[in-house]
Design a binder for this molecule. Sequence first.
Ligand SMILES: Cc1cc2nc3c(=O)[nH]c(=O)nc-3n(C[C@H](O)[C@H](O)[C@H](O)COP(=O)(O)O)c2cc1C
Length: 164
Amino acid sequence: MEPMSATNLSPTTLREAFGHFPSGVIAIAAQVDGARVGLAASTFVPVSLEPPLVSFCVQNTSTTWPKLKDLPCLGISVLGELHDDAARSLAAKTGDRFAGLQTVSTESGAVFIEGTSVWLESSIEQLVPAGDHTIVVLRVSDITVHADVAPIVFHRSTFRRLGA
Ligand SMILES: Cc1cc2nc3c(=O)[nH]c(=O)nc-3n(C[C@H](O)[C@H](O)[C@H](O)COP(=O)(O)O)c2cc1C
């Protein structure tokens, strides 16, 4: 197969190229006026231990992010290997993104998905403009780990499981 030209930097070729980098998938969610609001994201990156910081990138065109960005607390859930339908649902343009999902809401307003491997209660520390996305840096205030839950892996637009 011919290698792609280095100058072929369209959004389509970039998305395809970036998709070769496997990642986990998180749900980032909170209560907004009594309703659960959130989205799925594959751009999550742990950033710092002291202070405890993580990040993800949000599209500047997102209509969901403006509902979350001013809240004092957001919940991050690391999706497990059985959450392929959940990941699609959490990214859906229409309908209830949390349909069929058991969630836990904290007093601070963070929303977590039951059955996921890690919960990070967090608050926005910094917003860094980065092209058509914004890098959202979050400070973690609490963690819960369910070590027996294996992660889902997003790779080339497909949800996969880790090999043995
Ligand atoms: C596997 C997967 C990963 C995604 N990763 C991101 C991401 O990192 N950042 C982002 O802004 N949207 C991401 N999305 C899209 C959002 O989940 C959601 O579809 C989008 O925010 C919907 O548009 P809205 O914000 O206007 O409602 C991802 C979707 C899927 C299915």
